[in-house]
Design a protein around this ligand. Structure first.
Ligand code: FE2
Ligand code: FE2
Length: 244
């Protein structure tokens, strides 16, 4: 079973993670979905694949009224990110899906009407959730050619999609990174192969190094907190990725 854990709470402003599922079949990559809520409005990041929709929906519904989910943020077009879109739209046809303009005619193959999609320009920009100002941060070619992360300046949380992802061995189900040096070994191969460009990586590192981030929340693996956030950014900056 997936479970929902609150990772930030301040009044009616909350971040919760639909955390990893130890019982999930091994042939599916495990994912984290994040529910950002402000009062009775919520946004779900990278809601996941069709295959895990029942597990995500059940876990979310135990902790929160899913009718309050008004929007989805899709960091990019991958099946583990957004292939459940059609099922979410069956539940709520008025959902809005924020994603890169590059994918706004491809992702509709997973479902949705024209008005479902809110296209983000390459430079990103604001996404407002019930008065809460979130920001789409460009992360193109990390790994997708049209790729965004989601920053909450109030909570100081960055949802970083596949950046920061780690493929953890069975049994390592902790929510947070506890030992950076040990953890990062499980992230290295993934970043070397999946991240397409050193140039894009350097631009991203410079951009996010200027943000105040207390938690860096990837779509796979554990969450980086406190000093581990900048430890990760420094590690990523030094890592050689993509085509040589
Ligand atoms: Fe991906
Ligand atoms: Fe992914």
């Amino acid at each position: 079973m997936k479970r929902v854990e609150t990772i930030y709470e301040n009044g009616d402003h909350r971040w919760a993670v639909v955390a990893r599922d130890p019982n999930k079949p091994g042939h599916l990559i495990d994912t984290n979905e994040y529910l950002v809520s402000k009062g009775d409005h919520a946004l779900l990041t990278d809601p996941g694949g069709t295959e895990i929709f029942p597990a995500v929906f059940a876990a979310v519904s135990e902790a929160y009224d899913p009718r309050n989910i008004r929007a989805i943020f899709a960091s990019h077009q991958d099946p583990d990110v957004i292939s459940s879109l059609g099922l979410w739209l069956e539940f709520n046809p008025d959902l809005r899906c924020h994603l890169s303009w590059l994918w706004d005619s491809f992702v509709p193959h997973f479902g949705g009407r024209e008005e479902t999609f809110v296209s983000l320009p390459d430079e990103g920009g604001p996404i407002t959730l019930n008065g809460l100002g979130l920001q789409a941060i460009p992360a193109h070619y990390l790994h997708s050619s049209g790729n965004f992360h989601l920053y909450d300046p109030k909570a100081k949380i960055l949802f970083s999609g596949d950046v920061g992802a780690a493929l953890l061995p069975e049994g390592e189900n902790g929510l947070y990174v506890e030992n950076f040096e040990r953890h990062i070994k499980h992230a290295e191969g993934f970043h070397r192969r999946w991240m397409g460009s050193n140039y894009a990586k350097e631009k991203w590192c410079a951009r996010v190094a200027e943000l105040e981030i207390e938690m860096l929340c990837p779509q796979h693996g554990a969450i980086y907190r406190g000093a581990d956030v900048h430890r990760f950014i420094d590690w990523f900056r030094r890592l050689d990725v993509g085509l040589k």
